[in-house]
Ligand binder design. Structure first.
Ligand code: FES
Length: 162
């Protein structure tokens, strides 16, 4: 799982190739490579695809197929802050859907980056904080019992750079 916190380095083909090489011998290497690239850069740059294909001796279409099959890969650089909202069962029963709805009314739609580029929001399934849901992770930090107003506070603080 990506723990990227929005301060990912910019795309660097040499660094990407080193990451690809480091995982190339693994069985089913394309998946761990894609995860490692997303962890490093925050997304999968289009130029990574031919590098992976060439290193693993796959066609580019095969690599693209893997990227599209798994929905956790991002194709664009993430926003400055990364918000993950848990929508697994325990958080569901503690009201995470009203939080999701509240966020979306505020322009924070899961799976997207806000128009101002500040926040990339995603769904996750369990953050290991089930008794204290609804749980969110903001820039790698876990928060529990997140009510809509608490979410507003956290996001305002992140946006202000505090
Ligand atoms: S179900 Fe949300 S933290 Fe486990």
């Amino acid at each position: 799982m990506s723990m990227n916190n929005g301060s990912a380095p910019v795309w660097d083909a040499g660094r990407a190739q080193a990451i690809i090489d480091a995982h190339a011998k693994l069985e089913g290497a394309s998946l761990p490579i894609l995860h490692a690239l997303q962890d490093e850069f925050g997304y999968i740059h289009a130029e990574a695809l031919p590098l992976i294909a060439e290193t693993l001796n796959l066609s580019r279409a095969e690599v693209v197929g893997v990227v599209h099959f798994y929905h956790d890969f991002r194709h664009e650089p993430p926003g400055r802050h990364t918000l993950k909202v848990c929508r697994a069962e325990a958080c569901q029963s503690l009201g995470c859907e009203s939080l999701v709805e509240h966020l979306s009314e505020a322009g924070i739609v899961l799976g997207e980056t806000t128009a101002d580029g500040a926040i990339t929001a995603d769904t996750v399934y369990c953050l290991g904080n089930c008794a204290l849901g609804p749980s969110v992770m903001l820039d790698g930090r876990l928060y529990g019992r997140v009510t809509p107003s608490r979410a507003d506070q956290l996001l305002a603080t992140a946006r202000s750079g505090a």
